[in-house]
Design a protein. Sequence first.
Length: 289
Amino acid sequence: MSNTVSISPSEVSTAKIHGYLLGAIGPRPIAFASTLDSGGRPNLSPFSFFNVFSANPPILIFSSSRRVRDNTTKHTLENVLTTKEVVVNIVNYDIVQQMSLSSTEYAKGENEFVKSGLTMLDSEIVKPYRVAESPVQFECKVTKVEALGNEGGAGNLIFSEVVKIHLNKAILDENGNINQYKIDQVARMGGNWYSRANMGMFEVPKPIATLGIGVDNIPEEIRLSNVLTGNNLGMLGNIEKLPSRDEIDAFLLSKGIRKSTNIEELHKKAQHYLNKNDILSAWKVLLAN
């Protein structure tokens, strides 16, 4: 009996093929693409069909695929076809949760910088904003967009010529080169899995099917916490609605958690639950008072 499963793409669904491709081809670097629409409204979205293909000229290519479920296209594709500009921001571990939250399918015109709690930074040559928290940002002119098909799952290759590179000094070594440990990159794998280049695999649950409230709707005393990280806030923003007062009180009673005026203590307890990917429990602690 053969220990190999052989598959012809034409014999299975596109969704099945998509799963095999993403599960087998990885880790895949992430192009965190910032664009503007025709009205100048910012958009931010991650793409893991991405790599560098030339140094002279410096060319990055990422693919914005047509959605498998309904054959629609993403706002990023519409924007680059119109404006011919994009900033490709590199994703490190410190912003992976906020990056994930930005992939939520917010309505056209909604600013994913605001929803994910990331900072817009002016570019020098192109108009789209950079992600200030990203360790490396590439300002690019889009030279070509090549459609690979017209059905759901078909890619659209976005050829992006780098016209300016911005490097955070914190990731550079004494010779001005990028230290591969300090940049702390993350990459996509299959399902909910990511790879942290200098540590190994970890899981980030995909954004919920419904719209998360976003970091912008987190109460200020939580959003400006001295304890919670950007990743923590990204997780907290990926919830459709906050727990009710009755749910909060029942949880606190069951866990023996007392209401406290020590905000830092509550935030540390909430962070404990976030470290276990228990977002709802974290919210119940944060809203204890």
